[in-house]
Design a protein. Structure first.
Length: 405
């Protein structure tokens, strides 16, 4: 039996080998048909520049997925990120072509840093007072900090249907800038032929090898099993009272996105225009689901607590379980009919890739055997792979398939 140190070395070697294999596969210009390139960026915390946008263009990704924590309500950073597809499109045009990616975003807890909890709102007020004392003006400081505590005072009055009325000014401005790209509690499709993504001037290509739908988990998640600290924020912003209603919103978005992909496939078949391209359903979240381990080095392990624990989101775990159970029940109900006919397959509501950030790579209260967090976990029950991204490129293959083996 391997010692804890040997187990850690084995885990790191296995993860790094698989990562290198995936990156090699995705970097090939002749990658197999049906392989989709998704670049996932997490937890930039203010560190985003033109060089990063250039790196995204070099990756040639089909979809750029940002999993939150741009900074402490860092509106300026979010504004730069919101223009990344436009910048890539312009540069692609200047350079004689290139791929314009779709962009999907889900915000993290730092993106509502001065708005989410009672302590955060107190912190916002302190910042506003400090700014006023320094000559910045109380109203100007409050607008950027989300400092006002009363829901009525925090009403942004923007009239933007994509921005909850109860959002603080700082949160509202971020959501306004992101627009349809923000998929928290919702979804967005990037089509293979009539792609409706973030195309920009410059003539960049938007051809995809599959129709992709990206679903967002609960936005602004700070993780963990306790909803009480954030209950007011989610109730006022999204009408969510707890993990149960949050799970149903995420599960509902998965169902809607899957139904869209299914309709697209059926429409192609009905019009005799089936080109053999698949569909892919991806879920992104700021924090990962619970149920992937309680060890401090686990993908959602609470390394910042002395005793560790599972810091994953219970609602995300429940949402994934619901769609999987519904899928299993539907498969069982149609098994007899499938034996005598050839029904058109529907797109799976279970995502083929679940990607998130939030949990830092370096561990705080770690043993001598584990100094870094697991980047990949495979659920023993389902065989699905879960990736934690601070900056990583992940690939997946076709419809209803897991990551390449």
């Amino acid at each position: 039996m391997a010692s804890p140190g040997e187990e850690a070395d084995i885990a790191r070697t296995s993860t790094s080998t698989e990562t290198a294999r995936l990156l090699d596969l995705l970097s090939r210009s002749d990658r197999p048909r049906g392989i989709i390139r998704v670049a996932v960026v997490g937890d930039v915390h203010g560190a985003w520049s033109g060089a990063d946008a250039a790196a995204m263009r070099a990756l040639g990704a089909d979809v750029l997925a940002f999993v939150g924590d741009f900074g402490n309500e860092a509106v300026a950073v979010v504004e730069r990120v919101s223009k990344v597809a436009e910048q890539i499109g312009i540069e692609a045009g200047r350079g004689g072509g290139g791929k314009v990616p779709g962009v999907a975003v889900v915000c993290g807890n730092h993106d509502a840093w001065n708005s989410m909890t009672a302590r955060g709102r107190e912190r916002g007020r302190e910042r506003a007072l400090a700014a006023a004392a320094a000559g910045g003006g109380a109203s100007e400081a409050a607008a950027g900090s989300g400092a006002n505590d009363d829901a009525g005072e925090r009403n942004n009055n923007s009239g933007d249907p994509l921005v909850p009325a109860a959002a603080s000014p700082g949160v509202a401005e971020q959501l306004r800038l992101l627009g349809r790209s923000h998929v928290g509690f919702s979804w967005r499709a990037f089509e293979d032929d009539d792609y409706d993504g973030d195309e920009a001037e410059g003539g960049g290509s938007s051809s995809l090898d599959a129709a992709i739908a990206v679903v967002g988990g609960r936005p602004f998640s700070q993780g963990g099993p306790d909803f009480r600290r954030v209950e007011q924020f989610y109730r006022e912003m999204y009408g969510v009272e707890g993990f149960e209603s949050s799970a149903e919103k995420v599960a509902g978005a998965l169902r809607e996105a899957a139904a869209h992909l299914s309709r697209k496939r059926k429409s192609k078949r009905a019009n005799d225009s089936d080109d053999g391209k698949g569909t892919a359903l991806v879920l992104i979240a700021h924090n990962g689901p619970s149920g992937l381990g309680e060890a401090k080095h686990a993908i959602c392990g609470a390394d910042f607590l002395e005793d560790g624990g599972d810091w994953g989101d219970p609602d995300l775990e429940e949402a994934l379980r619901r769609v999987r159970d519904e899928e299993d029940a539907a498969a069982a109900a149609t098994a007899a009919a499938a034996a005598t006919s050839s029904p058109s397959p529907s797109a799976s509501a279970s995502p083929c890739l679940v990607a998130f950030g939030h949990m830092h790579r370096s561990l705080r209260h770690a043993s001598s055997a584990f100094k870094e967090r697991n980047a990949v976990e495979v659920c023993a029950e389902t065989g699905k792979a879960f990736f934690s991204f601070l900056f990583f490129v992940g690939g997946f293959e076709g419809e209803r398939k897991n990551l390449p083996k």
